[in-house]
Design a protein around this ligand. Sequence first.
Ligand code: GLU
Length: 609
Amino acid sequence: MRARLGALSAATLAIAGLVTGAGAAQADSLPTKHPVAEGFGGAVVSDTAQSTQAGIDILKRGGTAADAAVAVAATLGVTDPFVAGIGGGGYFVYYDAHSHKVSVIDGRETTPRSADGNLFIDPATGKPYDFPTAVTSGLSVGVPGNLATWQRALQRWGKFSLATNLRPAIDVAEHGFPVDATLYEQIRENQKRFAQFSSTSELFLPGGDLPPVGSTLRNPDLADTYRDIARHGTGVLYGGSVGRDVVDAVHNLPLAPGATLKPIEGKMTLGDLAAYRAIDRKPTHVDYRGYDVYGMPPSSSGGITVGEALNILENYHLSSMDRVQALHTYLEASALAFADRGRYIGDSAYVDVPQKQLLSDRFARTRACQIDQTKALPKPVAPGDPYGHGPSCKPGQGSGANGIETHTNHFVVSDRWGNVVSYTNTIEQLGGSAIVVPDRGFLLNNELTDFDFAPPANGTPDPNLPESGKRPRSSMSPTIVLHHGKPFLAVGSPGGATIITTVLQILVNRLDFGMDLESAIAAPRASQRNSATTQVEPAWFDLPTTPGLKALGHTFAIKDTSSLDPTIKIPPDIGVASGLEFRDHGLVIAAGEPVRRGGSAAQVVFPAP
Ligand code: GLU
């Protein structure tokens, strides 16, 4: 294990106040992030300054959007390690300027092949494990898909080798990067979990403590892992030496001497890694007011749920409606689409997902006619019948949708040829399983907690139960919108099940309410996922429309973090979005978050004058 925490920068003292919770301070050594950039020749919006810079450097050297995306994703594995990296999985959406087609790659994690419906059933009790037990365990680690996704994307659309595209990330991992307030808080949130594992605490709690803001965090083990991959190919993870270390970490958990938890070990084998494939799929598509909206099909529920909600909304003239009525309709459409998501969507290799029916205008009309413009529907609403066998337009009770909100990352890239990437990837919970693979420098996901642990008690069929080799249902919704056959928007967000509503709300803000992309992203968010209360950000209560929505029967609440460690300030944000908008003559608007999760880093190759 190589030394990681470099000399503290001169800024460290200046920001010591932040470490003790005295408030945000600016360290001049920390790279500046700009949430918005406009210009030409390609663009990147991602979570960190280094990852965005990595993508811009590859674009400047003549790489495609796919090349740059791999550079961004690999660098995020260094600088945003609790939501990204080769220990996780995700969904890659690509617009190819040559063929004018949108394609998608499913790089979601799978269960080990020995898994079955009892994966999360405690044999001692016959009952499901409680959620925190599963979260920090080897059991929830899915076979990772990100590296296979990068390779597949490069095979299809890259100009450079994987080795070339990994170079910027190797550089950042080797030389380090400054810990900023966001990373510091993320480590603090996870401190107790990270302290359980020797490999994790050595990397992220050097000397047993939080690394101060402004200190340099190096990850030479990850630099070496990336070098191995660069030299020998992705097989080092999918069956080779890195894979062996992953399997070992999952079975022989690298517990720290003073560990207080006894996490459950996992089932993954080297054969599971060798059998993993990132899958090319056909994107979901809906036509929304003349825009072609492309998204992610199962194993993600994102494309279908966003698409169904848009189809429902298309039955209304949101732009000319009173804004309270328009937002009421947005919330109700979202609840209805979530009811159908819960009932019908799972990994389509295991479940017969009625995708065509769920995305049909006919079905959307039957759902739209359930919306009462004079009052909010009682929630949860029942799922509809996309096969058209049952009565339509009959509101009722039914299965709700869980909404575990954790974190991931979404980024967007475009290049000089007009290719576009919209890529959401994750290790599921912030910090994943909390297990760093010893000597390899990356965290393992806990994506399998996205399965339902047991079927619903009322006997409703559940498409999202674990099975051998199955992908847990995701909410990730990387989206690309075309207008008259040309890219118009690329957008996405993290946020568990709120991802769907964040993407939907940004699309409605931009396409119906006429906000510019920057404002569409910055606007206060509300997430209605078929439950009695709509989750909102605090600023939602300041909007002039909120009293009117309450009068219609909507109830709103800010995310409740009280069950979490009260010493940890968890901002009640919903999502961390990033997007691109394409204008005439090659002008690109790159926009991310001005504030949420420390703000995004947007850059273009040639800034507009
Ligand atoms: N595991 C989540 C999903 O696939 C994403 C992680 C998150 O953003 O919370 O929907």
